[in-house]
Ligand binder design. Structure first.
Ligand code: DSN
Length: 424
């Protein structure tokens, strides 16, 4: 059957064409509005970012890079991508930015492709210590195709063990060293990793997916100018669309570009590129600096309020957007607590803690963070209230009536805080 063409203004809306999907999207909007979202890698993209990401740019194929494409009709797309990469490079002070990676994992794979051959040695922070899968963990392709050596955190304070990382580097002489984390609440000492990499002649890659918004705002030290290459997702503290980006020194620009396309990917997702451009523009505004400062201030207040309530925190607190709660002494498994909190309208994820005696699918910890709640304008008072709810739910995790009552209170509370991008 051929579809009759009609003016867009008369095309049926999603709710008419596919009510099932429309209803699910509405339900997700409501859920994101009426819950306290504490997953540290999540956020609320602005309406402007959503608009750019949901645009007709997704209709266009653009293999290649601005002014060097394999398809015609690129006037707009070239301009969009140039704006995106120039804004990202200017924001972070990088020589070069590539904004085409589909997300963080493909961005990291491009770095492997650029600097290491299969079978060669690479080094990264172990997953159970807070590292990312793609930093060489054994279940990831990066741990299968490369000889991966993992450094960890210290037993006494759960902070990155830079001395051990240096010893391992001396012993194994990796081609590539990753720094950066996915569940680490402290500042990362990029200069320490630079000195380790220099000692063994390795390329240093910093994955700042979790903290790129904080780095852009100057709230976390920047690895630009220290690491050879810096990767990030674009949807966490950076508050853009789901995507990836790579920044590097000028000397590596051509190689990185070649590894992203044609090395790993086909056509870039131009609608995402536009969303990244908008997010970079937003992140360059003074308001964003204040936002990033508030993320960290909120995390510190929330951490203190949890400590006051007898929670153990990995490393004893936080310097960034993220808190890792060790529930061992509370005698509640992380998964049980996360599920009870979800039921009560507080969304977080269960997580391993360093040297966790429990299994990854049933670990001892909870990972929480403040980027999304800070996007809603919540501050110190609200963080204390959230700590009170967490405490209550963890203590009485099997009290169904209490969980329901808390969910109602949380939904009522959330109504006072507008969520970027959501108009109910
Ligand atoms: N899934 C992301 C996170 O939650 O940290 C990392 O890839």
């Amino acid at each position: 059957m051929t579809m009759p063409s009609m003016p867009a203004s008369r095309e049926p809306l999603l709710a008419d064409t596919d009510p099932e999907i429309a209803q699910l999207i509405k339900a997700e909007e409501r859920c994101e509005f009426e819950t306290i979202r504490l997953i540290p890698s999540e956020n609320y993209a602005s309406r402007a970012v959503l608009e750019a990401t949901g645009s007709v740019l997704l209709n266009k194929y653009s293999e290649g890079y601005p002014r060097k494409r394999y398809y015609e009709g690129q006037r707009q797309v070239d301009a969009v991508e140039e704006l995106a990469r120039n804004r990202v490079a200017a924001l972070f002070g990088a020589d070069h930015a590539n904004v085409q990676p589909y997300s963080g994992s493909p961005a990291n794979l491009a770095v492997y492709m650029a600097f290491a051959k299969p079978g060669e040695t690479i080094m990264g922070l172990a997953l159970p210590a807070g590292g990312h899968l793609t930093h060489g963990w054994n279940v990831s392709i990066t741990g299968m195709f490369f000889n991966s050596v993992a450094y960890g955190v210290r037993r006494d304070n759960h902070r990155i063990d830079y001395d051990h990382a240096r010893d391992l580097a001396r012993q194994h002489r990796p081609k590539l060293i990753w720094c950066g984390a996915t569940a680490y609440p402290r500042i990362i000492d990029f200069a320490a990793f630079r000195s380790i990499a220099d000692e063994v002649g390795a390329i240093l890659a910093a994955d700042i997916a979790h903290i790129s918004g904080l780095v852009a705002a100057g709230v976390h030290p920047s690895p630009i100018g220290i690491a050879d290459v810096v990767t990030s997702t674009t949807h966490k503290t950076f508050r853009g669309p789901r995507g990836g980006m790579i920044m590097c020194k000028a000397e590596h620009a051509k190689l990185i570009d070649k590894c992203v396309f044609p090395g790993l990917q086909g056509g870039p997702h131009n609608h995402t590129t536009a969303g990244i451009a908008v997010a970079a523009h937003e992140a360059a505004q003074p308001m964003f600096k204040a936002y990033a400062r508030n993320i960290v201030a909120n995390a510190k207040t929330l951490a203190e309020a949890l400590l006051d309530r007898g929670f153990d925190l990995v490393t004893g607190g936080t310097d960034n957007h993220l808190i890792l709660i060790d529930l061992t002494r509370k005698n509640v498994p992380g998964k049980v607590a996360a599920k009870a909190l979800d039921r009560a309208g507080i969304v977080c994820n269960y997580n391993t803690v360093p040297f966790d005696p429990r299994k990854p699918f049933d670990p001892s910890g909870l990972r929480i963070g403040t980027p999304a709640v800070t996007s809603r304008g919540m501050g110190a008072l609200e963080m204390r209230r959230i700590a009170e709810w967490i405490d209550r739910v963890v203590q009485k995790h099997d009290d169904e009536a209490l969980l329901d009552r808390t969910a109602t209170e949380v939904a009522e509370f959330c109504r006072s805080y507008p969520a970027p991008g959501i108009a109910l």
